[in-house]
Design a protein around this ligand. Structure first.
Ligand code: SF4
Length: 552
């Protein structure tokens, strides 16, 4: 049998571990010839189709997710029409609705629910679907649907030479545990099984292999990496100890952590990590206790905030926290409160997601908290008994502006100044998002200009200070080192001081290193930035300041 496993990622820079896990099962348990094909959803479906059809296969499997389901179904239909190949769909997007997929898509032959390494291999080796758990199929016109499968066996490793050759420097993924000990009502990860931890020594070997593969980012897909704190510490320590020795400098590792489980021993260990090698993502979801209860999260909010603050105070860990809009019991006011409280923590990034009703999630099965949601992937909630369609639409606008300002890390001084001028940061982003509608602010220069134009007319603003903050941000976060015309201050002082700096060995510009300079009018300072190495956590270049008597 000749088998092809296809994965369509969202961007070229992402790789996918799933097809390689499936291939490892086929290689370990069968004598089938198996190939992996990876592409992205941005590629034209016709081009993907012609790549897939460039060779004959007996079985074609697709890894199906919310972002690629439509394309996968389109391709499957075409392949069946043109070649009649046996088609198998697997992945989270079909695991809990296998019957529906088989009913609505007659061109799909089998659906694999749950973990596929072992059962996809059994199917490919010719075993009858009837005997294989987790494989749904048709028999005499009837659909036989099976629940998601969880393997009891140790799983074969996806990290083969072929996998590393295909990685080509893209973001790589590692799984050292499967499942989640929690059971958030919007998520699938805690539904199928208790968390299982894979062999830690194997994990360490794979960390080294991945770190040396040319990738710059290794993401741990473990749903709650610190579910076992001792084990998490052992892996953190392994990474820290090997960094710069067996792990090349410049590689960073990304983890999803449960904030309340971050203990002082972990903080102490993380404090020793070189700057920027560890990034963490912590799901807050909401600050509304009723909401948290409704989604099965028993969050100790003060403890969670205390731990996030401790991580941020280390200043060496890039920290990303998440909120979700549209959750049960979360009104616009309560979301605004969650947003403001999350920002008070000053995370490097705050991700605003929108509730999606995934197949298999508790909220989809009991949709009492939802009025409407999109029936097509990603199944986003449109309105709930607590938040209206218009309010969610407004939150989308706020999210867009927030992504381009705060989360872009391009305006740290500016947003911090502007937050203080409004009743709350949320009100500031809301006002700006309404202003920015129908404005052309696609480029950084245009966006900077619109920020200046809008906020410089707002009550209480110090226009000069706003300009200084935008200048500081532009020079410290953009290695081009050029200011847009409207931010420039024309004074001979700049050239004079630059010349002075060149005369001193200590302040002379280094060879091939660009230098930018200007003056800040509100503090009467000359500032200059050398674009050598930026801070790996904040992405900012160091700003050097010289106090002036006066500028003009
Ligand atoms: S949201 Fe996170 S913590 Fe909750 S069940 Fe999913 S993976 Fe686990």
């Amino acid at each position: 049998m000749k088998v092809l496993i296809c994965a369509l990622n969202t961007k070229y820079v992402h790789s996918s571990l799933a097809p390689w896990c499936l291939k490892s099962g086929i290689d370990a348990y069968t004598d089938c010839e198996c190939r992996v094909y990876e592409s992205t959803i941005n590629e034209s479906p016709e081009k993907i189709l012609s790549c897939i059809l460039s060779e004959e296969f007996d079985i074609i499997g697709f890894c199906t997710y919310i972002w690629n389901k439509e394309t996968v179904l389109y391709l499957s239909e075409k392949i069946k029409e043109m070649r009649g190949t046996t088609l198998v769909l697997g992945g989270p997007e079909v695991s809990y609705n296998a019957g529906e997929i088989l009913r609505e898509s007659p061109f799909v032959d089998y659906v694999i629910s749950g973990e596929g390494e072992e059962i996809f291999a059994r199917l490919c080796s010719g075993e009858s679907a009837e005997n294989i758990p987790g494989v749904s199929y048709r028999k005499n016109g009837k659909i036989i649907e099976k629940p998601p499968y969880v393997s009891e066996k140790p799983l074969p490793s996806p990290y083969t030479e072929e996998y590393f050759n295909a990685l080509k420097g893209r973001i790589s993924y590692i799984e050292t545990s499967r499942g989640c000990p929690f059971s958030c009502a919007f998520c699938l990860s805690g539904r199928s099984c208790k968390v299982r931890f894979f062999d830690i020594d194997e994990a360490k070997k794979n960390i080294l292999k991945l770190a040396n593969s040319g990738t710059k980012t290794v993401k741990f897909v473990d749903r709650t990496f610190n579910a076992d704190r001792k084990r998490a510490r052992e892996i953190f320590k392994f990474i820290i100890d090997n960094y710069g020795v067996n792990i090349p400098k410049g590689v960073c590792f990304h983890f999803e952590l449960e904030g309340e489980l971050i203990d002082d021993e972990t903080i102490e260990l993380l404090s020793k990590a070189p700057k920027g090698i560890i990034q963490v993502e912590i799901g807050l979801q909401s600050f509304n206790e009723e909401t948290l209860r409704a989604i099965n999260r028993k969050t100790n909010i003060p403890l969670l905030c205390k731990n996030i603050r401790k991580i941020l105070q280390l200043e060496n860990i890039h920290t990303h926290i998440d909120l979700i809009a549209g959750l049960p019991k979360e009104s616009m006011d309560s979301f605004e409160n969650s947003f403001n409280r999350a920002l008070e923590l000053k995370p490097h990034m705050l991700q605003l997601g929108f509730l999606k009703l995934l197949y298999g999630s508790e909220l989809r099965e009991n949709p009492e908290h939802v009025f409407g949601f999109n029936k097509k992937p990603p199944y986003e909630v449109i309105s709930t008994p607590y938040i209206s369609r218009d309010e969610l639409a407004l939150l989308h606008k706020v999210e867009d502006v927030f992504e381009r300002t705060y989360n872009s890390l391009r305006f740290p001084n500016t947003v911090s100044y502007l937050h203080s001028l409004y009743e709350s940061p949320f009100q500031m982003y809301k006002a700006f998002s309404l202003y920015l509608e129908n404005k052309d602010a696609k480029t950084l220069d245009k966006l900077t200009y619109e920020i200046y134009r809008f906020f410089s007319t707002e009550a209480g603003i110090n226009k000069e200070k706003l300009r200084d903050m935008l200048v500081l941000d532009r020079l410290s976060t953009n290695r081009m080192g050029a200011l847009p015309e409207f931010l420039k201050v024309k004074t001979p002082v700049i050239k004079d001081i630059l010349n002075q700096l060149e005369k001193d060995e200590k302040t002379k510009r280094k060879t091939n290193i660009k230098r930018a300079a200007t003056v800040l009018t509100t503090t009467s300072e000359f500032i200059y930035v050398d674009y050598d190495e930026c801070d790996p956590v904040t992405g900012q270049y160091k700003v050097n300041r010289i106090k002036l008597e006066s500028i003009f």
